[in-house]
Design a protein around this ligand. Structure first.
Ligand SMILES: Nc1ncnc2c1ncn2[C@@H]1O[C@H](COP(=O)(O)OP(=O)(O)OP(=O)(O)O)[C@@H](O)[C@H]1O
Length: 361
């Protein structure tokens, strides 16, 4: 009986954190993990649902779902966690395993190169164990098909021998729970989606929730900070816990270097302006994009390639790293003719918008 095994397929969380396709380069406001995030992500991760900040409806649903499984004394149905990076999918997977008191095995779609890699992981799972599959939309097709059967029938078909004499032997698996995480739910084939009994969509956090998160993280880091400082940090964190925690760590550096016993609002402003992160959470690149549209193209419309050439960045970076936040926050609109800076963008840059922008955007 042979499984093609791949020693990389069981990633540590640190390894997983580097597998994102987004080129975050050195952006402090990137939602994807940067190099020094892995340790801190672990350090700041709550391990109970109670410690998980925000997302109240999702928490209530998950609480009920886990409690029912506990009462029935069976592993819960498979869980799908969907949403942008840095909003807490890995954290929730860890919480589920902790709340159920079962071990968790961690891997990711890109780490599984062959169906055999997955078969070997599945066949070594213990009863009730959680298998966390990050970036599940990036599983190879053959592994995906193997996963359908394993999730539904708790079985893998193991290939024995090679060539024309090869045959498959069904291997029964103990009951386990798959937790799949994806930033691209739309890329999951519907048969795979249908095998999850519980799907949670994580959304960006309002500033009021991020403020509580910053408060909690500051306590874990043993950093004294005022309420207004927490609120200012939350406001600049683009709705994303990972960014809030990262900015907080940079503010902690500031406090250490300046020998501060308590961080206040002015300290947050000074520390973050050093990193060129402004009051709306926009960084140097976001501002360069807006400024270029406004000053070089009279507010737009401007096509992506012209815009990125003027800004001096790859078109993909502008499109995937800057634009989603600028559009979400109403600084930019995308029209068939190109990108247009809105009234909010002009005002944010300290300029008054022309008549037509005032009327339409
Ligand atoms: N609701 C929350 N409450 C407290 N901390 C949170 C919450 N959501 C996320 N965090 C913290 O933010 C950091 C990033 O979270 P996490 O690694 O779970 O994100 P993710 O959605 O899995 O990201 P990715 O898609 O990049 O893997 C962690 O330190 C985590 O503890």
């Amino acid at each position: 009986m042979t499984f093609a095994s791949n020693s990389d397929s069981m990633n540590t969380l640190k390894g997983l954190n580097n597998s994102h396709s987004e080129d975050a380069s050195l952006r402090m406001v990137s939602a994807a993990p940067l190099d020094d995030d892995s340790v801190s992500d672990e350090e700041l991760r709550p391990n109970t649902l109670e410690g998980f900040i925000g997302q109240p409806r999702l928490k209530a649903q998950l609480e009920l779902f886990l409690e029912a499984a506990r009462k029935r004394d069976v592993p819960p149905d498979h869980i799908l966690l969907a949403g942008p990076p840095g909003l807490g999918k890995t954290t929730l997977a860890m919480i589920v395993s902790h709340e159920l008191g079962v071990p968790i095995r961690v891997t990711s779609g890109p780490a599984i190169q062959h169906a055999g890699d997955l078969a070997s992981i599945l066949s070594s799972l213990e009863s009730g164990e959680v298998l966390f599959l990050d970036e599940i939309h990036r599983l190879p097709r053959a592994a995906e098909e193997l996963l359908y059967i394993a999730m539904e029938d708790f079985r893998v078909d193991v290939m024995v021998g090679k060539g024309p004499g090869a045959s498959s032997i069904p291997l029964t698996l103990p009951r386990f729970t798959v937790i799949g995480a994806t930033t691209r739910e739309g890329m999951l084939p519907s048969p795979l989606r249908a095998r999850f009994g519980f799907t949670a969509h994580l959304d960006f956090y309002p500033a009021s929730e991020l403020e509580k998160l910053v408060e909690r993280s500051a306590t874990v880091l043993d950093l004294h900070i005022t309420q207004t400082a927490c609120s200012e940090l939350a406001k600049r964190s683009r709705g994303t816990p990972r960014i809030a925690n990262r900015l907080l760590r940079r503010v902690r550096d500031w406090a250490i270097v300046h020998d501060l016993s308590k961080v206040d609002y002015e300290d947050v402003k000074s520390a973050l302006s050093l990193y060129q992160i402004d009051s709306e959470g926009l960084d140097r690149l976001d501002l360069a994009v807006l400024r270029t549209i406004v000053t070089s193209f009279d507010g737009g419309p401007v096509g992506l390639s012209n815009l990125s050439a003027m800004v001096g960045e790859e078109a993909e970076t502008v499109q995937t790293v800057c634009e989603p936040y600028l559009v979400r926050e109403g600084f930019l609109v995308r029209t068939p003719k190109g990108r247009i800076a809105t009234k909010k963008a002009w005002t944010h840059l300290g300029l008054s918008a022309p008549e037509d922008v005032m009327k339409s955007f």
